[in-house]
Design a protein around this ligand. Structure first.
Ligand code: NAD
Ligand code: DAU
Length: 347
Protein backbone atom coordinates (compact mmCIF):
# COMPACT_ATOMS: atom_id res chain seq x y z
CA UNK A 1 0.00 0.00 0.00
CA UNK A 2 1.39 3.44 -0.96
CA UNK A 3 0.58 6.02 1.70
CA UNK A 4 1.22 9.73 1.24
CA UNK A 5 1.86 11.83 4.34
CA UNK A 6 2.03 15.58 3.66
CA UNK A 7 3.94 17.89 6.03
CA UNK A 8 5.92 14.95 7.40
CA UNK A 9 9.02 17.07 8.05
CA UNK A 10 7.12 19.30 10.49
CA UNK A 11 6.39 18.85 14.17
CA UNK A 12 3.38 16.49 14.25
CA UNK A 13 4.01 15.05 10.78
CA UNK A 14 7.48 13.78 11.72
CA UNK A 15 6.02 11.80 14.64
CA UNK A 16 3.30 10.37 12.40
CA UNK A 17 5.85 9.37 9.72
CA UNK A 18 8.11 7.67 12.31
CA UNK A 19 5.19 5.79 13.84
CA UNK A 20 3.89 4.46 10.51
CA UNK A 21 7.33 3.65 9.04
CA UNK A 22 8.23 1.61 12.15
CA UNK A 23 4.86 -0.03 12.66
CA UNK A 24 3.90 -0.95 9.09
CA UNK A 25 6.85 -2.48 7.20
CA UNK A 26 4.42 -3.51 4.42
CA UNK A 27 3.42 0.07 3.63
CA UNK A 28 5.46 2.36 1.42
CA UNK A 29 5.41 5.67 3.27
CA UNK A 30 5.95 8.79 1.14
CA UNK A 31 6.62 12.02 3.02
CA UNK A 32 5.81 15.03 0.84
CA UNK A 33 7.00 18.36 2.22
CA UNK A 34 8.04 21.74 0.78
CA UNK A 35 10.53 22.24 3.64
CA UNK A 36 9.34 25.72 4.62
CA UNK A 37 10.88 27.33 7.73
CA UNK A 38 8.86 24.77 9.77
CA UNK A 39 9.99 21.66 7.87
CA UNK A 40 13.19 20.00 9.01
CA UNK A 41 14.54 16.66 7.81
CA UNK A 42 16.69 16.50 10.95
CA UNK A 43 13.43 15.44 12.63
CA UNK A 44 13.56 12.15 10.72
CA UNK A 45 17.26 11.25 10.84
CA UNK A 46 16.55 7.95 12.64
CA UNK A 47 14.25 6.56 9.91
CA UNK A 48 15.53 8.25 6.74
CA UNK A 49 17.21 5.11 5.43
CA UNK A 50 14.30 2.74 6.17
CA UNK A 51 13.43 0.74 3.04
CA UNK A 52 9.71 1.60 3.30
CA UNK A 53 10.35 5.38 3.46
CA UNK A 54 10.69 7.95 0.63
CA UNK A 55 10.97 11.72 0.89
CA UNK A 56 9.41 13.86 -1.86
CA UNK A 57 10.19 17.58 -1.89
CA UNK A 58 7.15 19.35 -3.35
CA UNK A 59 4.74 22.18 -2.67
CA UNK A 60 1.09 21.13 -2.26
CA UNK A 61 -0.02 24.27 -4.13
CA UNK A 62 1.94 23.21 -7.24
CA UNK A 63 -0.84 21.45 -9.14
CA UNK A 64 1.35 20.06 -11.89
CA UNK A 65 3.92 18.58 -9.50
CA UNK A 66 1.24 17.09 -7.27
CA UNK A 67 -0.72 15.57 -10.17
CA UNK A 68 2.38 13.97 -11.60
CA UNK A 69 3.38 12.48 -8.20
CA UNK A 70 -0.13 11.03 -7.76
CA UNK A 71 -0.08 9.46 -11.20
CA UNK A 72 3.44 8.09 -10.65
CA UNK A 73 2.93 6.59 -7.17
CA UNK A 74 -0.86 5.94 -7.14
CA UNK A 75 -1.25 6.81 -3.44
CA UNK A 76 -4.09 4.77 -1.97
CA UNK A 77 -4.17 6.64 1.33
CA UNK A 78 -3.40 10.29 2.08
CA UNK A 79 -2.72 11.65 5.57
CA UNK A 80 -2.70 15.41 5.09
CA UNK A 81 -0.85 17.53 7.65
CA UNK A 82 1.01 20.09 5.51
CA UNK A 83 -0.11 23.57 6.49
CA UNK A 84 0.91 26.99 7.66
CA UNK A 85 0.27 26.42 11.35
CA UNK A 86 1.14 29.49 13.46
CA UNK A 87 -1.66 31.91 14.43
CA UNK A 88 0.68 34.91 14.90
CA UNK A 89 2.10 34.47 11.39
CA UNK A 90 -1.45 34.26 9.99
CA UNK A 91 -2.11 37.72 11.39
CA UNK A 92 0.93 39.11 9.57
CA UNK A 93 0.54 37.12 6.33
CA UNK A 94 -3.05 35.85 5.89
CA UNK A 95 -2.73 35.17 2.16
CA UNK A 96 0.02 32.60 2.66
CA UNK A 97 -2.44 30.69 4.88
CA UNK A 98 -5.23 30.82 2.29
CA UNK A 99 -2.82 29.59 -0.36
CA UNK A 100 -1.33 26.60 1.46
CA UNK A 101 -4.19 25.59 3.72
CA UNK A 102 -7.12 26.07 1.33
CA UNK A 103 -5.71 25.90 -2.19
CA UNK A 104 -3.08 23.28 -1.24
CA UNK A 105 -5.75 21.03 0.28
CA UNK A 106 -7.89 21.41 -2.84
CA UNK A 107 -4.99 20.50 -5.12
CA UNK A 108 -4.51 17.28 -3.10
CA UNK A 109 -8.25 16.50 -3.06
CA UNK A 110 -8.45 17.00 -6.81
CA UNK A 111 -5.42 14.83 -7.53
CA UNK A 112 -6.87 12.06 -5.32
CA UNK A 113 -10.30 12.35 -6.97
CA UNK A 114 -8.88 12.28 -10.50
CA UNK A 115 -6.92 9.15 -9.67
CA UNK A 116 -9.59 7.06 -7.93
CA UNK A 117 -13.07 8.44 -8.62
CA UNK A 118 -14.22 5.24 -10.35
CA UNK A 119 -12.62 2.98 -7.78
CA UNK A 120 -12.90 4.32 -4.20
CA UNK A 121 -12.78 0.85 -2.58
CA UNK A 122 -9.99 0.71 0.03
CA UNK A 123 -8.96 4.36 -0.49
CA UNK A 124 -9.00 7.09 2.14
CA UNK A 125 -8.22 10.82 2.45
CA UNK A 126 -7.48 11.74 6.08
CA UNK A 127 -7.43 15.47 6.81
CA UNK A 128 -5.73 16.65 10.01
CA UNK A 129 -7.41 19.73 11.43
CA UNK A 130 -7.60 21.77 14.59
CA UNK A 131 -10.01 22.60 17.43
CA UNK A 132 -9.53 26.29 16.52
CA UNK A 133 -12.17 25.94 13.77
CA UNK A 134 -14.81 25.93 16.53
CA UNK A 135 -13.79 29.40 17.74
CA UNK A 136 -13.59 30.32 21.41
CA UNK A 137 -15.34 28.82 24.45
CA UNK A 138 -16.49 30.81 27.47
CA UNK A 139 -15.72 29.62 30.98
CA UNK A 140 -17.65 26.35 30.58
CA UNK A 141 -18.46 23.72 27.95
CA UNK A 142 -16.41 21.59 25.57
CA UNK A 143 -16.07 21.36 21.79
CA UNK A 144 -17.84 18.27 20.43
CA UNK A 145 -17.93 17.01 16.84
CA UNK A 146 -21.27 18.82 16.36
CA UNK A 147 -20.17 22.23 17.65
CA UNK A 148 -20.66 24.74 14.83
CA UNK A 149 -17.66 26.31 13.16
CA UNK A 150 -16.81 29.85 14.22
CA UNK A 151 -13.14 30.53 13.37
CA UNK A 152 -11.60 33.82 14.54
CA UNK A 153 -8.08 33.98 13.08
CA UNK A 154 -6.94 33.79 9.46
CA UNK A 155 -5.26 30.49 10.43
CA UNK A 156 -8.41 28.92 11.85
CA UNK A 157 -10.56 30.33 9.02
CA UNK A 158 -8.24 28.72 6.46
CA UNK A 159 -8.35 25.38 8.32
CA UNK A 160 -12.16 25.60 8.60
CA UNK A 161 -12.39 26.22 4.87
CA UNK A 162 -10.17 23.22 4.10
CA UNK A 163 -12.34 21.01 6.37
CA UNK A 164 -15.42 22.10 4.39
CA UNK A 165 -13.75 21.25 1.07
CA UNK A 166 -12.84 17.76 2.32
CA UNK A 167 -16.44 17.17 3.37
CA UNK A 168 -17.69 18.57 0.04
CA UNK A 169 -15.49 16.13 -1.92
CA UNK A 170 -16.97 13.33 0.19
CA UNK A 171 -20.55 14.42 -0.51
CA UNK A 172 -20.09 15.36 -4.17
CA UNK A 173 -17.64 12.79 -5.45
CA UNK A 174 -18.10 9.97 -2.93
CA UNK A 175 -14.51 10.32 -1.73
CA UNK A 176 -13.92 8.30 1.46
CA UNK A 177 -12.57 10.71 4.08
CA UNK A 178 -11.95 11.14 7.77
CA UNK A 179 -11.27 14.46 9.55
CA UNK A 180 -9.86 14.94 13.02
CA UNK A 181 -9.76 18.16 15.01
CA UNK A 182 -7.10 18.20 17.70
CA UNK A 183 -6.20 20.47 20.59
CA UNK A 184 -2.76 22.03 21.30
CA UNK A 185 0.13 19.59 20.87
CA UNK A 186 3.49 19.76 22.63
CA UNK A 187 6.58 17.56 22.63
CA UNK A 188 9.93 16.99 20.89
CA UNK A 189 10.64 18.74 17.54
CA UNK A 190 8.14 21.56 18.17
CA UNK A 191 9.29 24.72 16.38
CA UNK A 192 10.15 27.44 18.95
CA UNK A 193 7.60 29.97 17.69
CA UNK A 194 4.84 28.20 19.69
CA UNK A 195 4.38 28.79 23.43
CA UNK A 196 6.05 25.76 25.07
CA UNK A 197 9.20 25.41 22.93
CA UNK A 198 9.64 29.20 22.69
CA UNK A 199 9.53 29.52 26.46
CA UNK A 200 11.87 26.53 26.99
CA UNK A 201 14.37 28.13 24.60
CA UNK A 202 14.06 31.54 26.28
CA UNK A 203 14.49 30.07 29.76
CA UNK A 204 17.65 28.24 28.63
CA UNK A 205 18.96 31.56 27.26
CA UNK A 206 17.73 33.70 30.18
CA UNK A 207 15.51 35.75 27.85
CA UNK A 208 12.17 37.43 28.68
CA UNK A 209 9.06 35.20 28.58
CA UNK A 210 6.46 37.21 26.60
CA UNK A 211 3.00 36.43 28.05
CA UNK A 212 0.20 37.79 25.85
CA UNK A 213 -2.47 39.89 27.62
CA UNK A 214 -3.30 38.80 31.17
CA UNK A 215 -2.11 35.19 30.64
CA UNK A 216 -5.56 33.80 31.53
CA UNK A 217 -6.20 32.19 28.14
CA UNK A 218 -6.83 28.46 28.37
CA UNK A 219 -5.59 25.65 26.14
CA UNK A 220 -6.05 21.85 26.28
CA UNK A 221 -2.60 20.24 25.90
CA UNK A 222 -1.82 16.85 24.34
CA UNK A 223 1.55 15.09 23.99
CA UNK A 224 2.38 14.85 20.28
CA UNK A 225 3.03 11.09 20.33
CA UNK A 226 -0.49 10.56 21.67
CA UNK A 227 -1.81 12.61 18.74
CA UNK A 228 0.24 10.43 16.35
CA UNK A 229 -1.29 7.30 17.98
CA UNK A 230 -4.78 8.75 17.49
CA UNK A 231 -4.04 9.55 13.83
CA UNK A 232 -2.83 5.98 13.22
CA UNK A 233 -6.03 4.65 14.79
CA UNK A 234 -8.45 7.01 13.02
CA UNK A 235 -6.73 6.39 9.67
CA UNK A 236 -7.16 2.62 10.02
CA UNK A 237 -10.34 2.28 12.06
CA UNK A 238 -12.23 5.59 11.73
CA UNK A 239 -15.57 5.50 9.90
CA UNK A 240 -15.79 7.09 6.47
CA UNK A 241 -17.29 10.58 6.50
CA UNK A 242 -16.76 11.02 10.25
CA UNK A 243 -15.02 13.65 12.32
CA UNK A 244 -13.11 12.81 15.51
CA UNK A 245 -12.15 15.35 18.16
CA UNK A 246 -8.81 14.62 19.84
CA UNK A 247 -7.71 16.22 23.09
CA UNK A 248 -6.08 15.57 26.42
CA UNK A 249 -8.87 16.58 28.85
CA UNK A 250 -5.98 18.72 30.11
CA UNK A 251 -6.82 22.41 30.41
CA UNK A 252 -4.30 24.96 31.63
CA UNK A 253 -4.34 28.73 31.74
CA UNK A 254 -1.21 30.01 30.03
CA UNK A 255 0.13 31.57 33.21
CA UNK A 256 -0.28 28.40 35.30
CA UNK A 257 1.38 26.35 32.58
CA UNK A 258 4.25 28.87 32.30
CA UNK A 259 4.81 28.80 36.07
CA UNK A 260 4.93 24.98 36.05
CA UNK A 261 7.40 25.08 33.16
CA UNK A 262 9.56 27.61 35.07
CA UNK A 263 9.63 25.37 38.15
CA UNK A 264 10.57 22.25 36.15
CA UNK A 265 13.24 24.17 34.21
CA UNK A 266 14.82 25.67 37.37
CA UNK A 267 15.11 22.14 38.69
CA UNK A 268 16.61 20.71 35.46
CA UNK A 269 19.05 23.61 35.01
CA UNK A 270 20.08 23.62 38.67
CA UNK A 271 18.93 27.23 39.03
CA UNK A 272 17.70 28.85 42.21
CA UNK A 273 13.96 28.27 42.83
CA UNK A 274 11.96 31.12 41.24
CA UNK A 275 14.78 32.22 38.89
CA UNK A 276 12.88 31.50 35.64
CA UNK A 277 9.62 33.08 36.86
CA UNK A 278 11.47 36.38 37.09
CA UNK A 279 11.70 36.30 33.28
CA UNK A 280 7.89 36.52 32.88
CA UNK A 281 6.97 39.73 31.01
CA UNK A 282 3.39 40.67 30.15
CA UNK A 283 3.17 42.00 26.58
CA UNK A 284 0.50 43.30 24.20
CA UNK A 285 -2.22 40.74 23.50
CA UNK A 286 -2.62 38.81 20.23
CA UNK A 287 -5.44 40.40 18.15
CA UNK A 288 -8.58 38.22 18.07
CA UNK A 289 -7.09 36.00 20.80
CA UNK A 290 -9.41 33.06 21.57
CA UNK A 291 -10.09 32.80 25.31
CA UNK A 292 -10.47 29.07 25.75
CA UNK A 293 -10.27 25.79 23.83
CA UNK A 294 -11.25 22.45 25.35
CA UNK A 295 -12.03 19.22 23.54
CA UNK A 296 -14.56 16.55 24.38
CA UNK A 297 -12.68 13.43 23.19
CA UNK A 298 -15.43 10.97 24.20
CA UNK A 299 -16.21 9.84 20.65
CA UNK A 300 -12.69 8.69 19.74
CA UNK A 301 -12.36 7.13 23.17
CA UNK A 302 -15.64 5.17 22.94
CA UNK A 303 -15.55 4.26 19.23
CA UNK A 304 -11.84 3.67 18.67
CA UNK A 305 -10.57 3.03 22.22
CA UNK A 306 -8.06 5.92 22.17
CA UNK A 307 -6.92 7.80 25.25
CA UNK A 308 -3.73 9.71 26.09
CA UNK A 309 -0.87 7.52 27.33
CA UNK A 310 1.13 10.06 29.33
CA UNK A 311 0.19 12.56 32.02
CA UNK A 312 0.95 16.23 31.41
CA UNK A 313 3.77 16.24 33.96
CA UNK A 314 5.40 13.19 32.32
CA UNK A 315 4.98 14.70 28.86
CA UNK A 316 6.42 18.05 29.90
CA UNK A 317 9.43 16.35 31.54
CA UNK A 318 10.07 14.29 28.40
CA UNK A 319 9.77 17.46 26.32
CA UNK A 320 12.15 19.51 28.46
CA UNK A 321 14.67 16.64 28.51
CA UNK A 322 14.49 16.39 24.72
CA UNK A 323 15.26 20.11 24.26
CA UNK A 324 18.13 19.98 26.76
CA UNK A 325 19.56 16.89 25.01
CA UNK A 326 19.12 18.40 21.53
CA UNK A 327 20.66 21.85 21.85
CA UNK A 328 22.14 21.55 18.36
CA UNK A 329 18.65 21.08 16.85
CA UNK A 330 17.48 24.14 18.81
CA UNK A 331 20.52 26.22 17.77
CA UNK A 332 20.06 25.26 14.12
CA UNK A 333 16.39 26.24 13.98
CA UNK A 334 16.87 29.50 15.92
CA UNK A 335 19.68 30.85 13.74
CA UNK A 336 19.08 32.70 10.44
CA UNK A 337 15.48 33.69 9.62
CA UNK A 338 14.20 32.90 13.13
CA UNK A 339 16.06 35.95 14.47
CA UNK A 340 14.21 38.22 12.02
CA UNK A 341 10.87 36.61 12.90
CA UNK A 342 11.53 37.03 16.62
CA UNK A 343 12.45 40.68 16.20
CA UNK A 344 9.35 41.53 14.19
CA UNK A 345 7.00 39.59 16.53
CA UNK A 346 8.34 40.64 19.93
CA UNK A 347 10.17 43.99 19.58
P1 NAD B 1 4.34 22.60 11.42
O1 NAD B 1 4.25 24.06 11.05
O2 NAD B 1 5.31 22.16 12.43
O3 NAD B 1 4.64 21.74 10.09
C1 NAD B 1 4.00 21.99 8.88
C2 NAD B 1 4.76 21.22 7.79
O4 NAD B 1 4.11 21.46 6.55
C3 NAD B 1 6.23 21.65 7.60
O5 NAD B 1 7.06 20.52 7.49
C4 NAD B 1 6.21 22.47 6.33
O6 NAD B 1 7.45 22.44 5.61
C5 NAD B 1 5.08 21.79 5.55
N1 NAD B 1 4.47 22.69 4.58
C6 NAD B 1 4.02 23.96 4.79
N2 NAD B 1 3.54 24.47 3.65
C7 NAD B 1 3.68 23.51 2.69
C8 NAD B 1 3.37 23.43 1.32
N3 NAD B 1 2.83 24.47 0.67
N4 NAD B 1 3.61 22.29 0.66
C9 NAD B 1 4.17 21.21 1.29
N5 NAD B 1 4.52 21.24 2.60
C10 NAD B 1 4.28 22.38 3.28
O7 NAD B 1 2.86 22.18 11.79
P2 NAD B 1 2.33 21.15 12.91
O8 NAD B 1 2.21 21.87 14.18
O9 NAD B 1 3.11 19.90 12.81
O10 NAD B 1 0.85 20.91 12.36
C11 NAD B 1 0.59 19.89 11.39
C12 NAD B 1 -0.88 19.87 11.08
O11 NAD B 1 -1.63 19.62 12.26
C13 NAD B 1 -1.43 21.19 10.51
O12 NAD B 1 -2.37 20.90 9.53
C14 NAD B 1 -2.08 21.87 11.71
O13 NAD B 1 -3.13 22.71 11.30
C15 NAD B 1 -2.59 20.66 12.48
N6 NAD B 1 -2.72 20.82 13.93
C16 NAD B 1 -1.66 21.29 14.68
C17 NAD B 1 -1.79 21.37 16.08
C18 NAD B 1 -0.65 21.84 16.95
O14 NAD B 1 -0.85 22.03 18.15
N7 NAD B 1 0.56 22.03 16.43
C19 NAD B 1 -3.00 21.00 16.68
C20 NAD B 1 -4.07 20.56 15.88
C21 NAD B 1 -3.90 20.46 14.51
O1 DAU C 1 -5.50 24.38 19.31
C1 DAU C 1 -4.72 23.82 18.30
C2 DAU C 1 -3.77 24.87 17.75
O2 DAU C 1 -2.80 25.09 18.77
C3 DAU C 1 -3.10 24.46 16.44
O3 DAU C 1 -4.08 24.34 15.45
C4 DAU C 1 -2.06 25.50 16.02
O4 DAU C 1 -1.38 25.06 14.86
C5 DAU C 1 -1.08 25.66 17.16
O5 DAU C 1 -0.13 26.67 16.82
C6 DAU C 1 -1.79 26.02 18.46
O6 DAU C 1 -2.35 27.36 18.40
P1 DAU C 1 -2.27 28.38 19.65
O7 DAU C 1 -2.43 29.75 19.12
O8 DAU C 1 -3.15 27.96 20.76
O9 DAU C 1 -0.74 28.07 20.11
P2 DAU C 1 0.46 29.03 20.55
O10 DAU C 1 1.55 28.14 21.04
O11 DAU C 1 0.80 30.03 19.50
O12 DAU C 1 -0.15 29.82 21.79
C7 DAU C 1 -0.65 29.13 22.93
C8 DAU C 1 -1.17 30.17 23.90
O13 DAU C 1 -0.04 30.94 24.41
C9 DAU C 1 -2.09 31.19 23.27
O14 DAU C 1 -3.08 31.57 24.21
C10 DAU C 1 -1.19 32.40 22.97
C11 DAU C 1 -0.17 32.33 24.12
N1 DAU C 1 1.19 32.86 23.79
C12 DAU C 1 1.81 32.34 22.68
C13 DAU C 1 3.07 32.79 22.32
C14 DAU C 1 3.75 32.27 21.08
C15 DAU C 1 1.80 33.77 24.60
O15 DAU C 1 1.25 34.21 25.64
N2 DAU C 1 3.05 34.22 24.26
C16 DAU C 1 3.71 33.77 23.14
O16 DAU C 1 4.84 34.25 22.87
Amino acid sequence: MNILITGGAGFIGSHVVRQLVNKYPNYNIFNLDALTYAGNLENLKDIESATNYTFLKADITDEQAINSLFSKYKFEGVIHLAAESHVDRSIKEPLAFAKTNILGTMVLLNAFKNLWQNNWEGKRFYHISTDEVYGSLGATGLFTETTSYNPNSPYSASKASSDHFVRAYGETFGMPYVISNCSNNYGPNHFPEKLIPLFINNIINNKALPVYGDGLFTRDWLYVIDHARAIDLAFHKGKNGETYNIGGFNEWTNIDLIKLLCTLMDDKLGREKGASEKLITYVKDRPGHDLRYAIDATKINKELGWSPSVTFKEGLEKTINWYLDNKEWLNNVTSGNYKEYYKSQYN
